[in-house]
Write a protein that binds this ligand. Sequence first.
Ligand code: TYD
Ligand code: MG
Length: 450
Amino acid sequence: MAKSKTIYVCQSCGAKSPKWIGKCNACHEWNTYSEEIESSSNKPALNVGYATGSKPVLIKDLPENQLERISTQFNEFDRVLGGGIIPGSVVLVGGEPGIGKSTLLLQVANAVRGKVLYVSGEESAEQIKLRAKRLGKINDEAYFLSEILVENILNQTKHIQPKLLIVDSVQTLRTEQLDSSPGTVSQIRESTTILLQYAKEHSMPILLVGHITKEGSLAGPKVLEHVVDTVLQFEGDNSFNYRILRAHKNRFGSTSEMGIFSMQSNGLKEVDNPSELLLSNHNENYSGIATCATIEGMRPLLIEVQALVSTAVYGTPQRSATGFEVRRLNMLLAVLEKRVGFKLSTKDVFLNIAGGIKVADTAIDLAVICAILSSDLDRAINKEICFAGEVGLSGEIRQTGRIQQRIDEAHKLGYKKIVIPVQKQAVQSTTKLQIIEADKIEKVFSQLFQ
Ligand code: TYD
Ligand code: MG
């Protein structure tokens, strides 16, 4: 294939140069030049979906495409995707190295009904075989290809005609149209664009693996996130067994869904009842622990909040939080000082959400506050109580959505009491679960510790 001409383009102002230069002459920014393919015509680099001479059509007359989603055979995965993989869509699965992306996708390759081509530029055939054996039954129609050149990948894809293509990882891809090495911004972007065009033209879905850096962004261009249809993040802590799959962007489904897996010696297993997994099974009452009924995606989830409050050794007290925003923690501490009169300004406060989970639901505030108070007083909260409620700046407990679902989940898991904001409408309760409505944290405090 003839090589196209490449040029260097400033990513900040768009100025072009035949050579790489460190400082842009036009906008004076540093390190903004990256290699790009020069298109001879005025054709846009990404011409997916455009046909020359196309005419406007009434939206009501647009043809309906009966897209039948392909099931990954993992309920948790399908749900995050919005019900399965849409033919022709490109899904990027991002995650830190070692979290289990390759394991997950190899399991999908093994489980999907029909032909699948699994391309890896990272692992050898022997490694893949070993892993596949470890994961159990091997799909009769799953092919493996060790390749990094996009043109070759697509040649083999044309030959095999798989129902699903899996590429591990986007950072190893390279196209012959560019001279730069794999992993550079331009290689990643061009290679993905070529794959994307193929996917759209042939209605063949692609699952792409992308590594993310410790800071949480995709290593490589951010632009990739705009190009693909769906961006999923596979997260969790290496020291925990659970892995969480979340959608960050999804053209074909909601982004609030979450799939939970646990990593075992023979691969990832779906977790059907995450609350049971996330709550520790200790029988004793420890101080500094409070349980929250949160909602993640469409699902209620009971999560344990752990706090440790101790006297600061150094002048400035430390505040640290895992799975919870430190700024919000500081705000809640200020509320506690001002409203309940706790002197926490000389104390170190550590907060941890059990299970390595990150919680975005603000209904966790009440549990955070109760865990902190419990640790500070060194008095345990009864294990049979859970909490759900957002806390405002004046110490008021604010409404949270979907309260009935939270109550039902608490009931299902055998809790005896749940503290919630004061409700305008009556909530359904059962004889087994007592509902305590509270409007201020002072009230909760007196209920718990007096
Ligand atoms: P891997 O899928 O290679 O991660 P990634 O592709 O995201 O870099 O997963 C590697 C980790 O998973 C490794 O530390 C071993 C662990 N693992 C298991 O615990 N059980 C298994 O069955 C497999 C295949 C891997
Ligand atoms: Mg891998």
